[in-house]
Design a protein around this ligand. Structure first.
Ligand code: ATP
Length: 305
């Protein structure tokens, strides 16, 4: 798999504050990459450096295989971006705002452009309100208009800074579906978030930023792979302990963790001994547990919900 975003030793220093402290990002073609970190951990500064909007103090950025910011004019047309609070003209309609954006892009007839604007408005669920003035849009609608703008040129890579900020649960799930849809269509997605659950539900790969440092970067499937233990849900934990002597790793009420990655084998032993079993599953760590282990106390500042 080729890499679409690579940084090497990326640093951004603001006076005494080291906002980004030597990070090596590696985002690969086909990833939905979640860039997770508490507020103030340096996500926005990193995203701005990726796009050439902020110059690094040190280190390198490669976007789609080319050095940024040098190759910006060649690379950026292939990248859709949405950064904190997209700026729109409030007195114009959503469609007119998008038409302005596209005017800055490569040619195409007016009709094709208008059709494309209508398509992306539909795609983000603003089809019915594209003609209304943006001043009358809710925060969520503006965020979706920002996404529509990022999609206009059918980018290979989407770079989104907190794309669900300000959205209600309905809006969040719509954006999630949209991103998964785009991903299925071949778009690589890089998104920053301070929400564990969002990254867990959406992303195939995750990087965790903690006070400017990348403390973890790996495939989600690898991070949350089975631990080699089985979780037994039972009304009789003491009897599980008696039957599986020595294999019980921990017990919390009716939830008993047993050594061994074969639930069927555990089940056979318990049922054979007449121990009631409500459920069995391979134990997997949650992303929250993994992040806590990697980032220590600051993971408390990453929001769970
Ligand atoms: P948030 O989600 O709150 O935007 P973040 O993870 O995106 O947080 P950044 O906005 O990148 O974090 O900020 C990281 C650190 O750098 C913070 O301490 C912030 O105060 C500082 N910082 C960011 N931009 C500047 C700037 N232009 N001048 C000085 N300090 C800055």
């Amino acid at each position: 798999m080729s890499s679409v975003v690579v940084t090497r030793g990326l640093v951004k220093q603001y006076g005494r504050v080291r906002a980004v402290d030597g990070i090596d990002l590696d985002v690969r073609t086909g990833d939905v990459y979640g860039f997770l970190g508490a507020n103030g951990s340096g996500k926005t500064t990193t995203v701005r450096m990726l796009l050439g909007l902020v110059l690094p103090t040190r280190g390198e950025v490669e976007l789609l295989g080319e050095r940024m910011p040098r190759a910006g004019r060649r690379v950026l047309p292939r990248v859709g971006a949405l950064i904190e609070g997209p700026a729109h003209h409030r007195h114009l309609s959503g469609a007119a705002n998008l038409a302005l954006l596209d005017a800055a892009g490569p040619g195409g007839s007016r009709r094709t452009r208008r059709r494309r604007v209508a398509e992306v408005l539909d795609q983000v669920g603003l089809g019915g309100v594209g003609r209304r003035k943006v001043g009358a849009y809710s925060l969520g609608m503006r965020q979706r208009l920002g996404l529509a703008g990022a999609l206009l040129r059918r980018p290979e890579l989407l770079v989104l800074d907190e794309p669900t900020n300000g959205l209600d649960p309905q809006g969040i799930s719509e954006v999630r579906e949209l991103l998964l849809d785009l991903h299925r269509g071949g778009t690589t997605v890089f998104l920053s978030s301070h929400l564990l659950a969002e990254v867990e539900q959406l992303c195939s790969r995750v990087g965790v930023l903690d006070r400017g440092r990348l403390v973890l970067q790996d495939e989600m499937a690898h991070l949350t792979a089975p631990t080699g233990a089985t979780v037994v849900d039972t009304p009789a934990p003491e009897r599980v302990r008696a039957v599986l002597d020595g294999r019980v790793l921990s017990a919390d009420g009716g939830r008993v963790v047993v050594r061994g990655a074969d639930p069927a084998e555990v089940n056979a032993l318990l049922v054979g001994a007449g121990v009631p079993v409500r459920g069995l599953a391979l134990q997997r760590p949650t992303l929250e547990e993994v992040v806590l282990a990697a980032a220590g106390t600051s993971a408390d500042r990453v929001e769970r919900a």
